[in-house]
Design a protein around this ligand. Structure first.
Ligand code: DQA
Length: 152
């Protein structure tokens, strides 16, 4: 007999790096018009539809971000991470994410492949379970679907 309480709710971290707390004020052609709060609410809703509880964190400080990721090890089943500009050069973020011990998907609102050459570089990609870019907020839903496939 199956136990209805046995079905796990996946614990997912939604992590944003620098300047993403300013969404809504950043160039809308790249980043749209949603505030971070609105984006987080949307992702929480998509998560709930997929049996995921989404906890949100944003920091402009790499040390605070690294420490937060350390604290998530063993606590979360997966993560969706938009490291912002750190994506392109911040090796300490890559090394912290490697220690997460759970799959994460790298997300970018804008089409980083079609912008300045430095945005095509990702130092976190080799430890990510997947990457989504250029899909605006919907890219986060795609990332949850990728995680769902990994966690199932
Ligand atoms: C970004 C792309 C980065 O190049 C940029 O520095 C950001 C946001 C994105 O979501 O498109 O801050 O990660």
């Amino acid at each position: 007999m199956s136990d209805p309480d046995a079905r796990e709710t996946w614990r997912i971290a939604l992590l944003h790096g620098p300047n993403l707390g300013q969404l809504g004020r950043r160039p809308s052609a790249h980043y749209g018009t949603l505030t971070l709060r609105e984006l987080e609410d949307r992702v929480r809703g998509w998560g709930a539809e997929r049996g995921m509880r989404v906890g949100c964190f944003q920091s402009d400080d790499p040390g605070a971000f690294v420490q937060h990721v350390h604290g998530l090890a063993g606590i979360v089943d997966g993560a969706v991470v938009n490291p912002g500009a750190w994506t392109h050069y911040q090796w300490s973020i890559r090394d912290a994410l490697e220690l997460l011990g759970a799959p994460f998907v790298e997300v970018h609102l804008s089409d980083v492949e079609a912008r300045e050459p430095h945005r095509r570089i990702s130092v976190v990609r080799d430890v990510a379970a997947g990457a989504v870019w250029g899909r605006g907020p919907d890219g986060y839903r795609d990332a949850l679907d990728l995680l769902s496939g990994r966690l199932a």
